[in-house]
Design a protein around this ligand. Structure first.
Ligand code: ADP
Length: 171
């Protein structure tokens, strides 16, 4: 048994992510979810909103905690005295990128391994970007997200519609 870090953007966290979290929590002593402060992407949810949602939906898992981080993933792993990085694989397209990152991480931190969990087949198509695209066109996102996260998405898009409406009136 070991301590794992499961890093990602989680913008928003989907049922596919939650499945990986629940499965790794069974295998590990502790799982630390690392929410990436990713300055190159413009996120839909702020880091603190993402942390809060992850905390709520993992409240039933005693050995799971949520933190945010910036900078190098391996530094975050060392800081938490963790042993492994967990990543999810949906398709061959994930594999190429993930392999490259895992190998680069091994070069800069030889003591840290990356383990891959294959997706639960029912979530193999699911990504945060797909959810955002469907939501942007007012499609039904309830099958993709934990209910609490779906509610937050609906709220976010309603806020956006109101904001855009106000901007149009100003113009
Ligand atoms: P990143 O920006 O780091 O790719 P994501 O939030 O998109 O962050 O994904 C975090 C991790 O979760 C990645 O390892 C990704 O492959 C995995 N993941 C995302 N969606 C799924 C899914 N439906 N099934 C299994 N793993 C997934």
């Amino acid at each position: 048994m070991a301590i794992a870090v499961y890093p990602g953007s989680f913008d928003p966290v989907t049922l596919g992510h939650l499945d990986i979290i629940e499965r790794s929590a069974k295998m590990m002593d502790r799982v630390i979810i690392g929410v990436l402060k990713n300055y190159s992407k413009t996120p839909l949810f702020s880091v603190s909103e993402r942390v809060k949602m992850l905390e709520s939906i993992t409240a039933h898992l005693d050995n799971v905690e949520v933190q945010s981080f910036g900078g190098l993933l391996v530094d975050f792993v060392h800081m938490n005295h963790a042993d492994v990085i967990v990543r999810g694989l949906r398709a061959v397209s994930d594999f190429e990128y993930e392999l490259q990152i895992a190998q680069a991480n091994r070069v800069i931190a030889a003591d840290i391994d990356t383990i891959f969990l294959t997706t639960n087949i029912k979530y193999s198509y699911l990504s945060s970007s797909i959810v955002k695209e469907v939501a942007a066109f007012d499609g039904n996102i309830d099958a993709f997200l934990p209910p609490l996260v779906a509610d937050e998405m609906h709220k976010k898009f309603r806020e956006q519609i109101v904001r855009e409406g106000k901007e149009k009136i100003k113009r």
